[in-house]
Design a protein around this ligand. Structure first.
Ligand code: WTA
Length: 687
């Protein structure tokens, strides 16, 4: 296992950092900062949103509450966990965590069931409330599912799992698009104590089988087909291919999302039929607070994706509390998080956060531009969405389409406009605020990760009066103690500082392991900076203590808000028979945030054209990873800039990809410095 070496970190801040530098120079940004610091800000903040702390008379504002969350985490999280969730058995200790060891335990000895918290406890009062609005591919074809209906689906599905031999602790791979059956499948697993591993339905068969095998999942839940953006996607075909390579699989539940028959195999079980034959009541299992609730695979800097594991008590507490207070969610409002359930955003803010709060949540299963570029705004009007939560990449795409696509729809229902996944650039921020929100809704940039479970940096945690500065997530959420560290691991202090973004104190949403590889968990997150959680991101702290993310500091790319390890892409392309060696880097991309730039060395004997090989390489990335993993630019090169010890100097490749070759830094340590000019010349020929 390669450990990250500290001194390299800071030199690796790239791409988005250039964007940041540009942003810091813009007039509107400077104006906003000036306005902010010249105003007497510090609006007193109501803590009525936190009745748990009513008895504490010394809490007058957000800052007081934030201080309390850091200084007395036991009190803060203990009270919230007890009042916001229903426990089958109370916990005796709030936390037992040791950041130096990567040890994470929350709400010890507590027993809880996630599906009871997401559904059962709402039934008496709110059984007929809409839990899910399924926004299907065709505009106007949405379906509404009440809490009662969801309850029946979940009970029948959990009973079906039990009837077919799925037991507590089993891993269940869910390969479904964002839909009621997918939510029911997740919650059915939690009802019986099985661990769900949702695999984004846009992933290839190979990516799916890799995740099934890593988790040793015996059960897969999928559907025959889905329709997205007007196109039919044959999910079952991918599952068949994946299952053929995954001997651990014993059963595949197949749901008919589209009314079309498909060929069923030996392991396949028609899900509707099995559910109709199962009882509509399934006893929930009381899970230990620190048992695994789910795992979700995400990319790291090495080739193999990691199964980030979250536990019941901690994750549920954090999802419930962040949902309520980051978005200032009021009862009865419609929450439209447009992410897919295959990502952590879908887990925390499509499913768990909203349902734990008895909210109405939208399951968006189309694309941002189907049937046209007005789709999001037409959906807002039709469903009367109050909170919209999406990714900068979608905003950048839609803003290019022109304002008339937005303004022709009524957006008066919108109250909060959230964003996540990548740095929200200034232009997109302003467009979101001024055009989409007509300056009436707050824009909330939220920073967090699969590993953090929920939002960690966000402008207004329960702080209605606080000013929002453009294009940054600004303030830490309760319990989050952000720290910037330099290459030597020393804290960078002051209000105008850049460093590696770390978190000093434990918080309930933190992942507790990487499934099956606790050492990798410690090495990745807790060893680079002893005693701190290392996020892998760089950040800049502005005056006022406001944070802005500068981008990843490791070899992880962020393509349209999706994490991708450069190693993952290289591994796939290395398998092409004509390829001798590859090196992948990111470059700034207008829409995607970061694009994929691949340098390829071919074997000597290859006679095929570059064009043919490029096409095959893109196909390979699509079929083995996902569509978004295809390189944007492929450059064939006779060599790579390597040091004498054989290490690729990626800094140079990044600069060439960024067209920024004036200052390549010291290249004298390269084994063959002349290769650099050749790479630059070839780059200029292809762009
Ligand atoms: C990036 C998504 C800038 C960051 C919830 C992080 C962001 C990675 C922001 C996690 C933001 C997320 N500003 N960058 N507001 N939010 N990121 O695990 O690089 O899919 O490490 O979780 O996305 O991606 P993940």
């Amino acid at each position: 296992m390669a450990t990250l070496k500290l001194p390299v970190f800071l030199s690796k801040v790239r791409g988005p950092n250039a964007t940041l530098q540009k942003l810091l120079q813009t007039k509107s940004f400077k104006n906003a900062l000036h306005k902010h610091f010249s105003s007497k800000n510090a609006t007193p903040i109501s803590t009525t949103a936190f009745p748990e702390f009513d008895s504490l008379t010394n809490l007058n504002c957000h800052e007081d509450l934030y201080k309390l969350s850091l200084e007395r985490p036991e009190l803060f999280w203990g009270k919230l966990a007890r009042s916001r969730l229903k426990w089958e058995k109370d916990f005796h200790t709030v936390q037992d965590c040791d950041m130096t060891q990567g040890k994470v335990n929350w709400f010890l000895d507590g027993k809880i069931n996630a599906s009871v918290n997401c559904i059962d406890r709402h039934l008496v009062k709110y059984g007929d409330r809409i839990a899910l609005i399924w926004e299907k591919d065709e505009p106007g074809s949405q379906e509404y599912i009440t809490y009662k209906q969801l309850s029946e689906m979940v009970n029948r599905l959990s009973q079906t799992l039990l009837n077919h031999g799925v037991i507590r602790g089993d891993r269940v791979a869910i390969y479904l698009p964002c839909s009621p059956i997918a939510v029911a499948a997740m919650l059915a697993c939690t009802r019986i104590g099985a661990i769900h591993s949702v695999v984004f339905a846009g992933f290839s068969a190979e990516a799916l089988s890799g995740r099934i095998l890593d988790a040793q999942a015996e059960t897969v839940i999928t559907a025959n087909e889905e329709i997205r953006g007007g196109k039919t996607i044959n999910l079952k075909k991918h599952v068949d291919e994946a299952v053929a390579k995954s001997p651990c699989v014993k059963r595949v539940f197949v749901y008919k999302l589209i009314d079309r028959e498909i060929k069923m195999n030996k392991l396949d079980i028609p899900l509707e039929k099995a559910m109709s034959e199962s009882s509509s009541k399934c006893q929930p299992t009381a899970m230990d607070s620190n048992d695994c609730l789910f795992m979700l695979y995400t990319s790291g800097s090495t080739g193999k994706p990691k199964g980030v594991a979250h536990s019941h008590g901690g994750y549920l507490t954090y999802a419930a509390v962040t949902f309520k207070h980051v978005f200032d969610y009021n009862e009865g409002e419609i929450f439209g998080c447009l992410a897919d359930i295959g990502w952590i955003t879908g887990h925390s803010y499509v499913v768990y956060g909203p349902l734990l709060n008895g909210a109405t949540t939208v399951l968006y299963s189309s694309t941002p531009t189907y049937p046209d570029q007005g789709r999001y705004w037409e959906t807002v009007e039709r469903l009367k969405i109050n909170h919209l939560y999406t990714a900068p990449t979608a905003l950048r795409l839609l803003l290019k389409a022109g304002d008339s696509w937005v303004t022709k729809y009524d957006r008066s229902s919108l109250r909060k406009l959230g964003c996540v996944g990548e740095p929200l650039n200034h232009e997109a921020f302003e467009w979101y605020r001024d055009v989409v929100g007509e300056n009436k809704s707050d824009v909330i940039d939220t920073w967090w990760q699969t590993e953090t479970g929920g939002i960690c940096l966000t402008p207004r945690p329960s702080n209605p009066g606080a000013e929002i500065l453009p294009a940054m997530p600004m303030r830490p959420f309760f319990g989050i103690d952000p720290v910037l560290l330099d290459a030597e691991g020393k804290e960078v202090v002051g209000d105008d500082a850049t460093g590696a973004l770390c978190i000093r104190k434990p918080w309930p949403g933190m992942a507790y392991t990487i499934y099956g590889d606790h050492n990798r968990f410690i090495e990745t997150y807790y060893q680079p900076f002893k005693g701190f959680y290392f996020s892998g991101d760089g950040a800049h702290r502005h005056p006022g203590g406001y944070y802005q993310i500068t981008g990843r500091m490791d070899d992880v790319l962020n393509v349209s808000g999706h994490r991708l390890g450069t190693g993952e892409i290289e591994n796939v392309m290395d398998d092409h028979p004509a390829v001798a060696e590859t090196a992948v880097v990111g470059f700034e991309h207008d829409i995607k945030g970061e694009g994929i730039y691949a340098y390829i060395i071919l074997k000597d004997e290859v006679t095929d054209t570059f064009e043919k090989i490029s096409k095959e390489l893109r196909e390979l990335c699509k079929s083995r990873l996902a569509s978004y993993a295809q390189p944007d630019i492929i450059q064939f090169t006779p060599g790579l800039p390597k040091t004498r010890s054989g290490k690729i100097m990626r800094r140079i490749l990044r600069k060439v990809a960024a067209n920024n070759t004036d200052d390549l830094g010291d290249i004298s340590t390269l084994a063959d410095p002349s290769i650099v000019q050749e790479i630059i010349n070839n780059h200029q020929k292809i762009i």
